[in-house]
Every structure is written in C-alpha cells, then in structure tokens.
Design a binder for this molecule. Structure first.
Ligand code: MD3
Ligand code: FE
Length: 203
C-alpha cells in the first residue's frame, strides 16, 4: 500500500517484505566486514544507535564532524560493496514514489537495541538535496518522529513496521525527524533489534 504522509513523503507499507531474508542476510555479511559501532558525535557523545555502511561512500561522525567517507575508519578499508539487491530495492522504491533513476552511493545501516534512540535532526550532509532518501525498516517496530522545517515545529508520531519503505524527497527532504527510544520487544527475524537502511546519493 502506498500512503502519502506529507508532500514529498511516501510510505510504501511492506514494500521490502518479499526480500526480508535476503536483506537481513546481506546486513550480516556487511557487518562481518565492517562491524557495527557506536560513533561519537562532534560534541563527544556516544551515539546509542550502532552504525555501519555499504557502498562507495559511508556516513561517519567523529570529533571533527559529520561526513561521507570512502574508507571505514574502523578497518581502514573501503566500505563493503553495496549489494545489487539493496540498490535495486532503493531504485524501485524511489520509482514507485515518482523518482526515476535513483542511484544511491551510500547505504547507512542503523542498528537499534532496546533503549536506543535518534534525536531530532535534519539530513543535510548530502551535496545534492534534489535526490530523495529511501529508508527501509526491519525488525522491531519503531515510533518515527516527524516534525517540520524548524526544530521547534510540532512533531507527529508514525509507526514504522518491519518491511516498510519510505521515500523522502522534495519538500520533505529537510524536515526534522528522529526515532523514539526503542521499546523492549521481539521480532521473529531480528530478536530485540531494529535495523534501518537509508539510501542516499551523497555527492
Ligand atoms: C526524513 N534514520 O539515518 S529513517 C538517519 O530509522 C535516520 O534509523 C532513522 O534518520 C532511522 O538519518 C529514520 C527515516 C528517514 C530517513 C531520512 C530522512 C526520514 C527522513 C531524511 C529526510 C526526511
Ligand atoms: Fe535522518
């Protein structure tokens, strides 16, 4: 089912379900080469969400700031290649939401344990803001916080379930958003964990 959440934001409910096992297998393969780690914010705080990346570029944070980097700082190696399955899913989801030719360079993989959260933020580290961001939720349900173009705008809460894909573009591209503290819960395929893939064209 396709649901317009707001101008520019399309929720494709269950879009990733047909390939749920393949996606989770690919995450495990990526994490074997580029382990999940808790990055440090520029302000020196340890993020509660653990992250890794696949693709030509990966999103990283440290005391110097946020950036896209072709090298994993933990291993000194290039990030694992983006699986063809990931790129195809992102491309097909973007097309279903009206964005043809989406070719992501970066896939950030977020892993939430119970208690992990992502505070309200904008995604503005990408050079090309005309391109959408595609996000894929797997595992335990989350409450997504969705605000406006100012940090102080009121937020809505939207449930994101296993297999949901959201395409964020146009007027929705710079909205403030976050993830509420993950509740202790269980999913048959991921145990207590939630994963989120975000696909971006960074340059
Ligand atoms: C709305 N991730 O990695 S996905 C992030 O579930 C991030 O891990 C969350 O926010 C997560 O930056 C939320 C939904 C999402 C992703 C990017 C967006 C919503 C967005 C960019 C612009 C507007
Ligand atoms: Fe974000």
């Amino acid at each position: 089912a396709r649901l317009n959440l707001d101008p520019g934001a399309e929720l494709l409910g269950g879009f990733a379900l047909p390939i749920e096992h393949a996606l989770l297998d690919a995450i495990a393969t990526i994490a074997a080469a580029a382990p999940f780690r808790h990055l440090e914010t520029p302000g020196g705080r340890r993020m509660s969400v653990a992250m890794t990346n696949a693709g030509r570029l990966g999103w990283v944070s440290d005391r110097l700031g946020y950036r896209y980097d072709p090298t994993d700082p933990l291993t000194g190696q290039a990030w694992p290649v983006m699986p063809a399955l990931f790129a195809a899913l992102a491309r097909n989801a973007a097309a279903a939401a009206g964005y043809d030719g989406f070719a992501p360079e970066a896939c950030l993989i977020n892993r939430y344990e119970p208690g992990a959260r992502l505070t309200l933020h904008q995604d503005r580290d990408e050079r090309n803001l005309d391109q959408p961001i595609v996000s894929v939720s797997l595992g335990v349900d989350a409450r997504f916080l969705w605000g406006g173009l100012a940090r102080s705008d009121r937020t809505r809460r939207i449930a994101l379930h296993h297999g949901d894909v959201v395409v964020w573009g146009g007027p929705a591209r710079l909205v403030f958003h976050g993830i509420n503290t993950l509740a202790a819960s269980t999913h048959a395929l991921t145990g207590g964990l939630r994963y989120n893939l975000t696909f971006r064209q960074a340059t």
